[in-house]
Every structure is written in structure tokens, then in C-alpha cells.
Write a protein that binds this ligand. Structure first.
Ligand code: ATP
Ligand code: FE
Length: 339
């Protein structure tokens, strides 16, 4: 099978080709326009998707060395995400499938973040083994923070999630407080490498179960910074690395504590991370430490498959294709989508 996959749930237009389970292209057209606004503007995002979708598909075909006529099926992100953005990808996928008379495959974006672990090592640029079912996956992204019990490819259960902000938002909103450009997660990561993680302490939320909360944490950072700036107007500039290192350290502590709790509760030692924040070097290191400290078998996705990409949609689509699980032309996007 040769599957063409389309991802357009947020601000990146991405197209990937999966050739018999192998990712042979994964093109991502980033939208830089949102940097001027400190966040994604949905109305602008859908318009730029509309401009980018055809050239991105063309490039993905060229990179994979295939033509439209070679495609067996079209996979697309149905949701969750921004409705206007999703509409562009879903409409394109439907038209493409209709024109070529090939089947459609609907993919849940959050499933796909997790299934990125099943992209073969050769295309991921490493030789990491794959997680064995059942495993626990901490999915940390711009819109979600979930602990997922993954029983099979499409048999997953959310056992813990955020009650307010996502981990990615905690990174991005902190970056905004520090006047770093959007999206700030990668920049906090960069500065954190140069700072002292124990320089400052922030209030870590106390929640007994597997759920998360980041809104109070974010507020405590805001108040802390404001207070310090009253004493020293240059506080941020003079302490940027230490602030970033301390904030990142606290976020990782919150995430790792819940992972530990979930691992104990379910008696599962196969532990994976997924989503944009799994690109964070501190979190990746903390997980590796978990392998040593708790005897976990840990799985970290290849860097390029952490943030939004169509490679993960393609691999999810491939596994649905193997089960003959197809969508029909009446399918429509969903801003919120059940697991
Ligand atoms: P969702 O998948 O929940 O719909 P999304 O698709 O917008 O949300 P992703 O693309 O998976 O989210 O992840 C984007 C998030 O990852 C952003 O919040 C970004 O700041 C964060 N992120 C990316 N790289 C890093 C990093 N190195 N350190 C911390 N955060 C990071
Ligand atoms: Fe995502």
C-alpha cells in the first residue's frame, strides 16, 4: 500500500507518504504568520492551510518518488483541532480520494501522536525498539496532557488528563510572560540547558489522582516574576536561563510524578511519551532516568515526530488500512473528538 496522509489540525500543513509501513516523505509547511500575534489565530491558520496544501502534497509526492496514480488510500486528521484548519485537510482528502477513486482513512490526532512510536526506526533515524502493549503513554502537547493506557493500536483509554491548561501551554504561556516569541516551548528548553533548575521554586499543584492542573502553576510564575521585577526591573533579563531551567524542572516534576503513580497503579513498566512537549530535552532525560530508577522500559519518539507531522497520521492510517477501517465521503471534521 502507498498511503498519502494529511495533517492540518492546527497551524502546520503537513503531508506524508507511507509506503508499506515505511515513511518515505514527511513535509511540513510551518506558518510563521502567528509569531506576530503570540499565538495561533484560527482564521489566519485556515487561510494559510488553503494556500499551502497543494504545494505540500506535491512536494511529499516528489520526495517519496511516487505519483498521484500510485496512491492506494488517503488518510487525514479528522480531529481534534481547529475546525477551520481541519476543514481544509478533510476537504482536500475527500476530493483527492473521490478524484482517484481510492478509500479514505480518518485518523484521530491524539491517537496519531502515540502511534508515532510505530514509525519504523529506519525512517525515524534510530534503532529504538517499539513499545509492547499494554503500555502507558504520557501525551504532552499544545492542547493536551494525558496519561493514556494503550491496549492496542486503536484501543486506548485516557486514565488521567489536565483539568485546565496543557503542559505545552504552560511552556508557551511562561515564555509569553518572559517576552519570548511563540511558540516558546523550544526556547525555554534552550535557555534551561544553561540555567540552574533549583534556582527558583514554584508552587506544584497537589492533585491526588492521575489528573493534572497547570493554570495555578502559570499564575504563580506570573506573580513571582512581577514581585521580582518590582525590586529589580531587569530581573528577567538577568535570570532568564535560571527562570527557564526552574520552570522546566517543575513542569517535568509534575509530569513524572503522575507517570510514576500510573505505572504503580496499573503495574505497567512500558512507558512512552508523545506530543510536542516530548521533544523537550529535560523531559527526555527525566524519562531515561526513570528507566534506571524504576526499571521502566522507556520509549521516546524520534524528534521530528514529536510536534505535529503527517508521518504520524500516515502510520496510524496504515494500521487502519490493514484492518480495512475506512471512512466514507460523508465524514466531517470534529473540533473535539472522543478517544
Ligand atoms: P494538540 O496535539 O494537543 O492538538 P498541538 O498539535 O498544537 O496540540 P503539538 O504540535 O503536538 O501540539 O505540540 C506543540 C507544543 O509543544 C507547543 O506548546 C510547544 O511549545 C511545545 N514544544 C515543542 N518543542 C518543545 C520543547 N523542546 N520543549 C518544550 N515544549 C516544546
Ligand atoms: Fe498535535
Amino acid at each position: 500500500s502507498i498511503i498519502l496522509a494529511i495533517e492540518s489540525s492546527c497551524d502546520d500543513t503537513s503531508v506524508s507518504i507511507c509506503n508499506n509501513g515505511e515513511i518515505t516523505s514527511n513535509v511540513i509547511a510551518n506558518q510563521t504568520i502567528h509569531q506576530n500575534y503570540g499565538g495561533v489565530i484560527p482564521e489566519l491558520a485556515s487561510r494559510v492551510h488553503q494556500q499551502n496544501i497543494v504545494p505540500t502534497v506535491t512536494q511529499a509526492l516528489i520526495d517519496a518518488g511516487v505519483t498521484k496514480q500510485d496512491i492506494t488510500a488517503v488518510a487525514f486528521t479528522r480531529g481534534p483541532g481547529l475546525l477551520g484548519s481541519l476543514l481544509v485537510g478533510v476537504s482536500f482528502a475527500k476530493s483527492f480520494a473521490l478524484a482517484l477513486n481510492i478509500p479514505l482513512i480518518s485518523v484521530n490526532h491524539m491517537h496519531a501522536h502515540i502511534l508515532a512510536h510505530f514509525i519504523p526506526a529506519r525512517s525515524a533515524g534510530g534503532d529504538e525498539p517499539k513499545p509492547a502493549f499494554p503500555f502507558l503513554c504520557l501525551t504532552v502537547s499544545g492542547g493536551h496532557t494525558q496519561i493514556v493506557l494503550v491496549k492496542d493500536f486503536f484501543d486506548m483509554e485516557v486514565v488521567g488528563e489536565t483539568l485546565d491548561d496543557a503542559a505545552g501551554e504552560a511552556f508557551d504561556k511562561t515564555a509569553k510572560i518572559l517576552s519570548l516569541p511563540y511558540p516558546g516551548g523550544p526556547l525555554i528548553d534552550k535557555h534551561a540547558k544553561l540555567g540552574n533548575p533549583n534556582a527558583f521554586k514554584f508552587a506544584v499543584p497537589q492533585i491526588a489522582d492521575l489528573n493534572f492542573s497547570f493554570s495555578g502553576f502559570k499564575t504563580s510564575i506570573l506573580y513571582f516574576i512581577r514581585k521580582q521585577e518590582k525590586v529589580n526591573p531587569n530581573f528577567i533579563a538577568e535570570n532568564l536561563d535560571d527562570i527557564c531551567a526552574s520552570v522546566q524542572h517543575s513542569i517535568i516534576e509534575i509530569l513524572m510524578n503522575k507517570l510514576k503513580m500510573a505505572s504503580k497503579l496499573y503495574g505497567i513498566n512500558e512507558i512512552a511519551i508523545a506530543g510536542g512537549v516530548s521533544a523537550n530535552s529535560g523531559l527526555r532525560q527525566a524519562l531515561q532516568n526513570g528507566a534506571v530508577d524504576y526499571g521502566w522500559k522507556v520509549y521516546v519518539p524520534a524528534f521530528q515526530y514529536c510536534t505535529d507531522n503527517a508521518g504520524m497520521i500516515a502510520i496510524a492510517g496504515y494500521h487502519k488500512f490493514l484492518k480495512n477501517d475506512f471512512a466514507d465521503q460523508s465524514v466531517s471534521p470534529l473540533a473535539r473528538m472522543e478517544f
